[in-house]
Design a protein around this ligand. Structure first.
Ligand SMILES: Cc1ncc(COP(=O)(O)O)c(C=O)c1O
Length: 356
């Protein structure tokens, strides 16, 4: 990997002393610096680390109207009080690249992605919370910046990396969340952009998520868009069910985001000798396995939430009630192992952590 020449403009006084690390939420605090690069004349150039702040954006920029953009969500952890560990950055880069291809955005070279992130993590490493279960969230993203209101692929883009310390993603912390299906809305169809990490997917989910929250649920559990029958995923998590001691997770059929945590869960569970099935699972099968007592756990996986137990799933008039207080044993083992790997407490046998 060649080393990029990055211009560095550093802040004169850090905002760090103003941050209360004991009360971190998710996504509302940003570290001192950000990285940027720009694409014009057919190449990525102007690599710069600079103070976090507003980005210039013409009101006619493509991203503001047609949403030609892609983002990623990753985390950096305090690793043995010595280093920063980024979890599986290559996997995130692969997904980022696939998302860019789907949105017809010129690929970002791997060294730009990795060295842009590294520049921010290295410079703002004191922003990484020391405590276990806390981390620094990393948000690389690319936006189309052509000033043009006709619908066409942009010729110019900006790539940014911003970061900030985070605590738990859900208000419930690591306590079980409550999900509901919402068959009147769909998230994605095959051939669409459900397997890419693009802004529109999330914008379209806001109204159903708001309705679910008004009804007392944490999030919507999406069903497939055609038959409204098969379980897909949750707003920011892939889903897993433990039925008859087998872990079942919906397959990646083109409408589900291929989660990096999902892949890690599958690989870990298989290495422990647990049977894992990537297959379609209908909401009716889930209900009958709950009714006959074979469904013992449900949980979601994602960078933001890590492993999040599910305590309740509502589908029309049927309620699947699971443990309302605690994580089940499979979810707990996964949670302990993955968070342990993040912080260097559990051996990283697969070299998932990229150390800085
Ligand atoms: C829709 C959706 N599904 C699943 C996930 C989980 O993916 P990952 O484990 O890579 O964070 C995310 C988060 O990125 C997401 O936004």
């Amino acid at each position: 990997m060649s080393t990029l020449i990055i211009e560095r403009e550093l802040i004169s006084e850090s905002r760090l002393p103003q941050i209360n690390f004991s009360e971190l939420r998710f996504g509302d605090i940003f570290s001192d610096h950000m990285f940027e690069a720009h694409y014009y004349d057919g190449q990525w150039q102007d690599f710069k680390l600079k103070p976090y702040g507003p980005v210039p954006m013409p009101p006619s920029a493509n991203i503001l109207h047609y949403g030609q953009g892609v983002f990623e969500g990753m985390k950096a952890f305090n690793y043995k009080n010595e280093k920063a560990a980024i979890f599986r950055p290559k996997k995130h880069y692969e997904r980022f690249t696939n998302s860019c291809r789907r949105m017809n955005i010129p690929e970002i070279p791997e060294e730009l992605f990795i060295q842009g992130i590294t520049a921010v993590v290295e410079t703002d490493r004191n922003w990484i919370p020391k405590e276990k279960y806390k981390s620094m969230y990393l948000r690389p993203f690319v936006v189309a910046t052509d000033q043009f209101l006709g619908l066409k692929t942009s010729d110019t883009y900006s790539f940014y990396v911003i970061a900030g310390p985070v605590g738990n993603y859900y208000r419930e912390g690591i306590n079980p969340v409550k999900l509901t299906t919402m068959p009147e809305y769909v998230r994605a169809v095959r051939g669409g952009v459900g397997d890419a990490k693009v802004p529109g997917n999330y914008a379209a989910s806001l109204l159903p998520a708001h309705k679910a929250q008004e009804m007392g649920f944490t999030q919507v559990m999406w069903l497939d868009a055609i038959e409204k029958k098969y379980i897909e995923e949750v707003g920011s998590m892939n889903m897993f069910f433990v039925i008859d001691d087998t872990i079942i997770t919906p397959p990646l059929g083109g409408s589900i985001l291929p989660g990096v945590t999902r892949r890690s869960v599958i690989e870990l569970a298989q290495s422990w000798g647990i049977n894992v099935e990537e297959r379609r699972i209908s909401i009716d099968e889930l209900i009958s396995s709950f009714e006959n007592g074979t469904l013992t756990e449900a949980f979601g996986s994602g960078t933001a939430a890590v492993i999040s137990p599910v305590g309740l799933i509502q589908h029309n008039d049927t309620t699947i009630l699971l443990d309302q207080e605690n994580m089940g044993p499979v979810a707990q083992r996964l949670y302990d192992t993955i968070t342990g790997i993040h912080h260097g407490i559990v051996e990283d046998e697969n070299n998932w952590c990229y150390l800085i």
